[in-house]
Design a protein around this ligand. Structure first.
Ligand code: IPM
Ligand code: MN
Length: 358
């Protein structure tokens, strides 16, 4: 019997819808080739919808999304909406409501893409960041007193629970084992200053490590990680870290792999519904111009298919992306594609259909 998956599509704002269109074309092609069905339902939430209706993320939509097999998100962000409203009201709310406690962000330099790192090649840049996605500074704990007065106090607390830290670290060990490359997991923290939070992280890390004798462990402070991601990215295989540090180092990661046009991520609930997105923003000023690189969105569909267990189809998407980057596009890392958004999607569809990944 043909397998059938229910996929929610949230095209979002700005250039989100046009890159999502390309992701959908590629998903359809992969499903056709590998003989499974994808049933897409689109939800128009985002800045435009908020401006029109005042509605951000109604509970009934969360309830519907929680029944899907996966969610594919374009980008959220609108120039006329105050920063924080949509980010907190949609993106973070979904991550929290669906308990997507992992943010998985591969950092991989593909052949044909230039990196700002001198003398580094695809052999040097191939690691994955496992970012905790449900706690830390993002938990929203804190408050302010005497706002707007000279005595104002603002407190923003980082919440780290044993359960939250442990499930993230355990996921990272499992992922590192499955990935089966250098089998090295690096904890990224700040144990020299954040002596409460990262003491919990560090103890948990070495306790869980005992269950994974095949995985080498390593620790680095977040500032040093930033240095080494630039100087020696080849040292990394899998990095696990908290929400805030993970947010920051994955933007650095995106740059060394060729930019936001390539960087994809998954908000993962290993026991529930996961959501996949290009990690860049909605780039409103480019809306409709067909100049945005859809590869980040397309690579996020690869992660989506891996997560629902369609590994061959996922592999065919990565094969097609590799081929288009190597053989067709000019220099994506230097911001030049030489094709429109839609044309890049079309070429990738052809490569997926054409027997790739077998
Ligand atoms: C990301 C983004 C979000 C985050 C913002 C938009 C809330 O930067 O996905 O990395 O900080 O997590
Ligand atoms: Mn970010």
């Amino acid at each position: 019997m043909t397998k059938k998956y229910e996929i929610a599509v949230l095209p979002g704002d700005g250039t989100g819808p046009e890159v999502v269109d390309e992701g959908l074309k590629v998903l359809e092609a992969a499903a056709g080739k590998f003989d499974f069905q994808l049933n897409f339902s689109t939800y128009n939430i985002g800045g435009d919808h908020y401006m029109r209706t005042g509605e951000i993320l109604p509970d009934n939509i969360i309830a519907e999304l929680s029944k899907k097999d996966a969610i594919f998100l374009g980008a959220i962000g609108h120039p006329d909406v105050k920063p924080g409203i949509l980010e907190k009201g949609i993106l973070l709310s979904l991550r929290f409501a669906l308990d997507q406690y992992i943010n998985l962000r591969p950092v991989k330099l593909y052949e044909g893409v230039s990196t700002p790192l001198k003398d580094k090649t695809p052999a040097d840049i191939d690691f994955v960041v496992v970012r905790e996605n449900s706690e830390g500074l993002y938990a929203g704990a804190g408050g302010c007193l005497k706002k707007g007065t000279p005595d104002e106090v603002a407190i923003q607390e980082s919440i780290n629970t044993r359960k939250g830290v442990e499930r993230c670290i355990r996921y990272a060990f499992e992922y590192c084992r499955k990935r089966n490359k250098a089998k090295k997991l690096t904890l990224c923290g700040k144990t020299n200053v954040l002596t409460f939070a990262f003491d919990l992280w560090e103890r948990t890390f070495y306790e869980v490590a005992k269950e994974y004798p095949d995985i080498k462990t390593d620790y680095a402070h977040v500032d040093a990680i930033c240095m080494w991601m630039v100087k020696n990215p080849e040292w990394f295989d899998v990095i696990v870290t908290d929400n805030m540090f993970g947010d920051i180092i994955t933007d650095l990661g995106a740059m060394i792999q060729g930019g936001m046009g390539i960087a994809a991520g998954g908000n993962i609930n290993p026991e529930g519904v996961s959501m996949f997105e290009p990690i860049g923003g909605s780039a409103p000023k480019y809306t409709g111009l067909q100049i945005i690189n859809p590869i980040a969105a397309i690579l996020s569909t690869q992660l989506l298919l891996e997560t629902i267990g369609e590994f061959k189809a996922a592999g065919s998407i990565e094969y097609a992306v590799k081929k288009v980057l190597r053989d067709d596009l000019k220099d994506v890392g230097a911001g030049k594609m030489g094709y429109t958004t839609g044309e890049v999607g079309d070429i990738i569809v052809n490569y997926v259909k054409g027997g790739a990944g077998e």
